[in-house]
Structures are given as C-alpha cells and as structure tokens.
Design a protein around this ligand. Structure first.
Ligand SMILES: Cc1cc2nc3c(=O)[nH]c(=O)nc-3n(C[C@H](O)[C@H](O)[C@H](O)COP(=O)(O)O)c2cc1C
Length: 369
C-alpha cells in the first residue's frame, strides 16, 4: 500500500526518506550549555525511530538566551565540540538527517528545569537578568526583563549568526529558527509582549522587523543550498495576540527572505492563553499557512496516530508531520506507523529481526496495527 507519510520529499535541497520529523525537545540535561551522555542516549534512540529528520532541541545562541541552566547552547567551543560528538554518534548508527533549533528564550529565560519547580529561578538559585522587546514580565511572579536597546539587539543578532557558523562547521543538515512559544523572536512579533514605540513595535510590519533582520543575517551565514526554516506561531490563543492572518503575512516575508519551510505551532506568549487542546489542534493554522503562502509546511501538536498523520498529508493540509510527545513515548513510532499503514521503513541492520514481516508465522501482531 502506498503511504503519503512514507513518501520521499525535500526541504529545500535536503532529500528526506519520509515525512516524519522529530520536533525539537528540550532535555534540560546540558552542563554549561554542552550536551552530555543523556543527549547521546536520547538522540541516538530517536535516530532509530524511522523518522527522516531529527531536530535538536531549542539551543541558546548566548548563555542568557537558554531557557534554563540545563539547556543546550551553541555559543562556545565546548558547546560546539559536544554537539559535534553527539552528531558523530548519531551518524554512526543511523542515516537520519539532523537539524538544530536555534533560539533565544527572551523573558522566559532563566527558568527552573521542570523537575526543579515552576517559574523563574531566583538569583540565589543561579538565575540571571533576562531581556525582551519590552520590560514586561511574563506573568506575576516572573522577573521583569530589561527592554533591549539597539546594541543589545545587534549583539543577539550577531550571536545567532555565530551559532549558524558553528552549526555549519559541525556539519548539521538543517537549521530551524525558533520563532514561537513566547520566546524572544515571537515576543517581538506579539503585541502581548512587544509594547515598543520605536520602529520595532506597533504595526505588524514593525513587529516583524527584528525577526526578519535576524533571519536575513542567519540566511547570509548559512550555505544557500542548506535548508533554513522556522517554527512559527499560528496563534497566541489569546485576545490581542498573534493571529493566523498575521502568521501568513510573517511567513510570506520569511519565504521572500529565503526560508525553506515552517512548522506551525502556537501559544506560550502568555500563561493565561486559552489553548483548545485536542488532536491536531494546530493543523488548521498549518493548512492556512500552506494554502496562502505555498511554503513547505509542517503540522505539529497532538498528532499521535499514524492514520491521523496520513490523513493530514493526504488532505493536503501539511507537507510533513512533526511529532514530539508521541516520539518520546514510543521512540519506534515510525516503525509502528509503517506497520499500521501497511508499508515499510528502514531498520538498523541490528534490529532487522524486529520487523513484523519477518516474525514467525502465527505471531500475534494485533496490538501493533
Ligand atoms: C519535552 C518537550 C520539550 C520541548 N521542547 C521544545 C523545544 O525545544 N523547542 C520547541 O520548539 N518546542 C518544544 N516542545 C514542543 C514540541 O516541539 C511540540 O511543538 C509540542 O509538544 C506539540 O507537539 P506534540 O503534541 O507532538 O508533543 C517541547 C515539547 C516537549 C514535550
């Protein structure tokens, strides 16, 4: 049986074996921004999932741009060497393509690791001063960020470029510009976090200006034949926030600046957002962005069932499916999806005997379908 999910496709010039992408997932397990053995285990396990592309977690372009002190960075030689080691490890076990999400956490930086508590870290716990477009705290109890001035904005833009150069040196296949979930770039885009009165605040054109400046600088530093995409906000799910219509305008501008794909996510800018959680809840935003911009589009958000993923693609609502939680829950998700959709996926030779088609006759595969 032919399956759309398991059909080949391209992001820019990058050829991919199927349309299953592993969404970036913070592991809060780095030391001074450098990946550890945990990342080898985590990424290595996901590399055997059957997905065609694995995107490394939100990676801070400066130490203060990390979400927590356990988040990965790409701002030092040590960080670069650690990612390089993990990549070498992955490439030794799987042909999966590997990208990285580069970002800055803005006013949501300096947070506790989830298992250490909720909210921001105090100074006594090692927290640091955050920055944002405007000096507005995320929510009561969160510290007020410093509003960025021109020099601060330039420094962060340059840091994005430095990280892009490091990613190119490491040999990563793709870069994703983190432009959602209420972190710095989406703080500039959202009227809920951006109250600036200069040319970077107010109209959508002004709010897009800094994100597009950073994107253009990254594009110029990343080889033209290698894909640079963005994870964007389809909706802030809050009154007065980013709307799907604004998302379309932003994506058109990104596309004109050389963006190869977008994954359409949302939320995270304010903590009282009303997110209509349910299967595929963000797919309508992906569909709209794809239809109105023609850019290669990924759908993400509570997509867990192979038939659900297949239908989103067959219905033309997205070009690929990005999965986070379902992949963590079942790091052989792609292998199971291939069985469910009656098709095949590549296995590591060491695991070839795991393929249900070579199990002995009479084996009970019912629960796998
Ligand atoms: C453990 C975990 C870590 C995450 N870290 C990131 C991240 O680093 N960058 C990002 O854009 N989204 C991150 N997300 C969000 C996911 O990439 C995804 O957009 C979201 O979970 C919805 O997809 P899902 O329903 O398949 O999990 C994370 C999600 C989880 C569960």
């Amino acid at each position: 049986m032919s399956s759309r999910l398991f059909s080949t496709f391209k992001i820019g010039h990058l050829e991919l074996e199927n349309r299953i992408v592993i969404a970036p997932m913070c592991q809060y397990s780095a030391v001074e921004g450098s990946m550890t053995d945990w990342h080898k285990m985590h990424l290595g396990s996901l590399a055997l999932s059957g997905a065609s592309l694995l995107i490394i977690e939100a990676t801070g372009v400066v130490p203060e741009g990390r979400i927590s002190h356990g988040c990965v960075g790409l701002y030092s030689d040590e960080n670069e060497a650690a990612i390089s080691r993990s990549l070498k490890f992955i490439r030794g076990i799987s042909p999966i393509k590997v990208g990285i999400q580069l970002g800055h956490a803005g006013r949501k930086a300096s947070a506790c690791r989830p298992w250490d508590g909720q909210g921001a870290q105090s100074r006594e716990q090692g927290g640091w001063q955050t920055v944002a477009p405007s000096a507005i705290a995320l929510a009561p109890g969160w510290p007020s960020p410093d509003a960025l001035d021109r020099a601060g904005m330039d420094a962060i833009r340059n840091a994005f470029v430095d990280s892009v150069r490091r990613a190119a040196r490491i040999g990563l296949d793709l870069i994703e510009f983190h432009s959602t979930h209420g972190y710095l770039i989406s703080e500039f885009l959202s009227p809920l976090a951006n109250k600036r009165t200069d040319e970077y605040g107010g109209s959508l054109e002004n709010r897009m200006r800094y994100p597009l400046e950073v994107f253009a600088a990254m594009r110029a530093a990343w080889p033209a034949q290698q894909p640079l995409g963005a994870k964007i906000t389809g909706s802030d799910f809050a009154d007065g926030g980013i709307t799907p219509e604004e998302a379309v305008i932003y994506v058109r501008a990104l596309k004109a600046a050389g963006c190869d794909y977008v994954t359409v996510s949302g939320g995270g800018t304010v903590l009282d957002a009303k997110v209509p959680l349910g299967p595929g809840y963000q797919v309508p935003f992906a569909e709209k962005v794809k239809r109105e911009t023609g850019i290669t589009t990924g759908a993400v958000g509570l997509i867990s069932d192979p038939h659900q993923a297949e239908k989103i693609l067959v219905d033309g609502k997205a070009d690929f499916i990005a999965l986070a939680r379902a992949m963590l829950f079942n790091p052989r998700w792609g292998c199971h999806a291939a069985v469910a959709l009656g098709t095949e996926v590549r296995y590591a030779p060491q695991y070839a005997r795991a393929q249900p088609k070579v199990w002995p006759p009479g084996a009970n595969l019912g629960s796998l379908k």
